[in-house]
Design a protein around this ligand. Sequence first.
Ligand code: F6P
Length: 477
Amino acid sequence: MRGNLLVVSNRGPFTIEENNGSLKYRPAVSGLVSAVLPAVKKIGGTWLAWAGRIAEKPAEVQAVIKDEFQFVEILLSREEVEGYYEGYANGVLWPLCHLMPEKVRMYEENYRIYREVNQKFAQKAATLLRTGTLLWIHDYHLALMPHFIRQKNPWQRIAFFWHIPFPPVELFTIQPWAEEILRGLLGADIIGFHIDDYRENFLRAVERVLKLPVNYEWGTVYYNGREVLVKAVPIGIETKNFQKEVPEITEIEQEIAGLKIFLGVERLDYTKGLKEKIQGFARFLEKNPEYRGKVKLLQVAVPTRENIDQYQTYAREVLAEAAKVNERFGDNHWQPIKILKRNYSQEELIYLYRIADALVITSLEDGLNLVAKEYIASRKEPGVLILSKRTGVARQLNAALLVNPYSPEEIALKMKEAIEMPDTLKKKSFSLLKEQVILKNNEWWLENFLGKELRLMDTGFGKYYRKRGEKKVGAID
Ligand code: F6P
């Protein structure tokens, strides 16, 4: 194993399933994973995460070497999954950060379990830290972890990346635990967000709630005698992963023959605006009858967080909405919407990206949205991107057809514009989009967010704290 990086996140690079005593590793599909995996492979080290397994006995923990880094699994009990993951992380922080306070379900007990699980991750991480290790913690599931590590290891270098939006302070403080969450995060030395708005919201929350002086221009906070740096650096993807040749998906080939294809690729999450997209598409068919029988909306809808009530209801509503539109406009030969309700591998997604005339993203609120970047990176021919203004990535990909996801009228208009776009214009806007995706790729993100820390780990800080005689390690070595 190379490298001296310790990555910690809730969702790891694999989900593990146990089958008759043997373990099956399945690659996990998530924005966080597609961004962090290339970085870990490049630098080397260890990734500590939950792999979806529920078990009561901590002795069963797995550690395996895969792709040249070590993966260490954290096991959670049913009670921990319910309180920490489903209860507080996805029942309070997720809806609050996505500006949906009506979806928040607050229970003191869940927060208590969230705190305990953060402690559990911190204790396990502490056993994996070596001299000079850079600890890199990810996302809203582990907001208290930097504080717990700092308490035990005051000199540890800690980076934290928050992958979802950070809401305005007025919303963030609806929950009674806002102060503790902010203090938890400030245990890190460097905190990253995708865009300036989230970074500013965080700094304002620190200023208002903790009454600490912050420097908005430099993004610095002085906290307990340390300087914490807060940065906005949007994640990038490894574009070469999306340029490979991939096989056809036969059943899809039959579905799309001779039609113009609108594609959607989302988890079945209420923040993703799937209902709004379907309603916008219905408006498009209503206003443009000449396109009936000639277009199709292929919607990948990946099941997610299925134990949470709101997700079950949302999944049902999306399917019902699609059925309504198919009933209203479809006939025996043509159904306008096809919902593909399962997990798709990267190869399958590349195939879908390539057959789509336009990718349609109508998230109501979205930290960044890497699907937009994957679509651009996968295409051999120019394609059109219809992109919600309420995604972090809209700041970078402003050559897309930007849309207000709350307006079915606008979605319908942009759909028409997309399929009628003259080739020259399509080429031009696509090349602007591609330039952004290639320039601001995964390497750019890693260098801009963590470059200095990685060099410190390798040369300055790491060397300083490395025990005498210990061998130098790390990809940057
Ligand atoms: O990017 C936000 C995020 O919550 C990631 O942390 C996560 O991996 C992904 O969405 C999918 O959600 P979940 O891990 O709950 O399946």
